[in-house]
Design a protein around this ligand. Structure first.
Ligand code: 5CA
Length: 443
């Protein structure tokens, strides 16, 4: 992509309404624009990151055996009357009436709809187990939308739903999602800790929130600090094998959100030097709620003994749009974002220090073409702006690598590579710089 063609409305001033770094940087770097309280347009730069996050979430859902589909954003109120949640959900639900006076709502979550779909087709234990998911916009009329995409009203969620014969099987689905989440957040450059959590309006008795630590997080959390640096299970994990030991390894250590916190147990079970109380951002939440919805909505399957019984269900959410904020909170400095390579909107930023100079232009075009062919998704700053402005903008948008090309260096056949995360600079021959970037030698 050439910057002259792209749409990157960066702001010079820090927007006063933004209280936390991620919100500030997303506005300044031209990633989002607020259209109404808690409702954002995704500008091209933000949209590219959103799509990358979505794709990693998708790949790890697929790897764990979940199957993708897409449900609509609008739902019938009657469906929610069946489960008994229509009235209880309260003011967070955006209620809509269509031209035929039918009551509808903009979905805040999809337990009812997926249960309705499942019961229409699946009648036997032979149809089980199943995990279905979609990545779709949700609406919750939050009382206090704030911190940009962190607590929006319209937000993108991955929500998966599992169907099993009984609790023992349902726990296997729960474990699959538990392990998939650890790998997902690891690929996104995050250290997410599973913590015992309250189930709120979703219901059920087994639930974990996946929390990344951040001073600006909305949740107060307590955990054994060993959990923070416990690595992810890895992408070669056998999802058809026994995942319980991987789950036990983590759930054996103390980790709880505010609502589930037991101060005496924390003090007793966790050695003092490992007692961590901190703030965190909830990036995922998983629930096992048994037959709460299948009972109410009559979603039954015949068991081998011929008896029909309600299916055991769980639901598993990831805050896809919230993750942008979470990743920035974890990776930024005073100059701007520092994207992990896995989600960076572009792989390399090429800065042409003198657009219009024949030699500089030609060198940049060559570099662009090689990096583009190598799949590095280069962004070429071919604008006529001053060098200082170009450096600041490139730092702000936080691409992992910068390739700086100007007439002065080119006299000796040289260019500079800057690693955004460390600020390290390497002066190299232009060919070397380009081929090393193309090979990923700086990763
Ligand atoms: N049906 C279940 C699981 S699929 C559910 O709705 N769970 S949830 O309420 O915990 O939401 C799942 C995830 O969506 C949360 O962990 C959080 O990361 C994200 N999320 C929830 N509310 C918001 C919001 N207002 N803005 C941005 N992300 C949100």
């Amino acid at each position: 992509m050439r910057l002259s063609r792209f749409f990157l409305p960066v702001l010079k001033e820090t927007p006063s309404e933004a209280q936390i770094a991620s919100h500030r940087l997303m506005l300044r770097a031209g990633m989002i624009r607020q259209e109404a309280a808690g409702i954002y347009a995704w500008l091209p730069l933000g949209f590219r990151v959103l799509k990358k996050i979505e794709q990693i979430v998708r790949e790890e859902q697929d790897r764990a055996g979940a199957v993708e589909m897409l449900m609509p954003t609008l739902q019938l109120a009657d469906l929610w009357r069946e489960s008994g949640r229509y009235d209880g959900y309260g003011e967070e639900m955006l209620r809509i009436v269509d031209r035929h006076d039918r009551e509808m709502l903009y979905g805040p979550t999809n337990e009812e709809m997926i249960t309705e779909i499942f019961r229409a087709y699946s009648k036997s234990y032979k149809d089980l187990p199943k995990i279905l998911y979609h990545i779709q916009w949700k609406f919750r009329d939050e009382r206090r939308p704030r911190f940009g995409v962190m607590r929006g009203r319209e937000f993108l969620m991955k929500d998966a739903y599992s169907f099993d014969m009984d609790e023992a099987h349902a726990r296997k689905a729960y474990n699959r999602m538990f392990v998939a989440y650890l790998n997902t957040f690891d690929r996104l450059g995050l250290k997410a800790v599973p913590m015992r959590a309250d189930t709120g309006p979703i219901g059920g008795d087994l639930s974990h929130e996946f929390i990344i630590l951040a001073e600006t997080g909305e949740s107060e959390v307590f955990c054994d600090s060993t959990l923070i640096d416990m690595g992810a299970p890895g992408l070669d994990v056998d999802f058809d094998g026994d995942l319980q030991p991987l789950v036990d390894q983590r759930t054996a250590l103390y980790a709880a959100t505010d609502e589930m916190h037991e101060p005496e147990r924390f003090a007793r079970d966790v050695p003092a030097e490992r007692q961590l109380s901190a703030r965190g951002i909830e990036v995922g939440h998983i629930f096992y709620f048994g037959t709460k919805y299948s009972d109410a909505m009559n979603a039954k399957v015949a068991h081998p003994d011929g008896q029909e019984r309600p299916v055991h269900m769980g639901s598993y959410g990831v805050g896809v749009s919230r993750l942008l904020g979470g990743i920035i909170e974890a990776h930024h400095d005073d100059a701007g974002c520092i994207w992990p390579e896995s989600v960076a909107p572009f792989g390399v930023g090429i800065i042409n220090l003198k657009a219009g100079d024949e030699e500089a232009d030609a060198a940049c075009e060559r570099a662009y073409s090689v990096l583009d062919t190598a799949g590095k998704e280069p962004l070429l700053d071919d604008t006529g702006d001053r060098g200082g402005a170009k450096f600041a903008r490139m730092d702000l948008i936080g691409l992992p690598y910068q390739l700086i090309i100007g007439p002065r260096g080119l006299k000796d056949g040289k260019a500079e590579v800057k690693i955004r995360a460390t600020g390290e600079r390497h002066e190299l021959s232009l060919d070397d710089a380009v081929s090393r970037l193309a090979e990923g030698a700086f990763s």
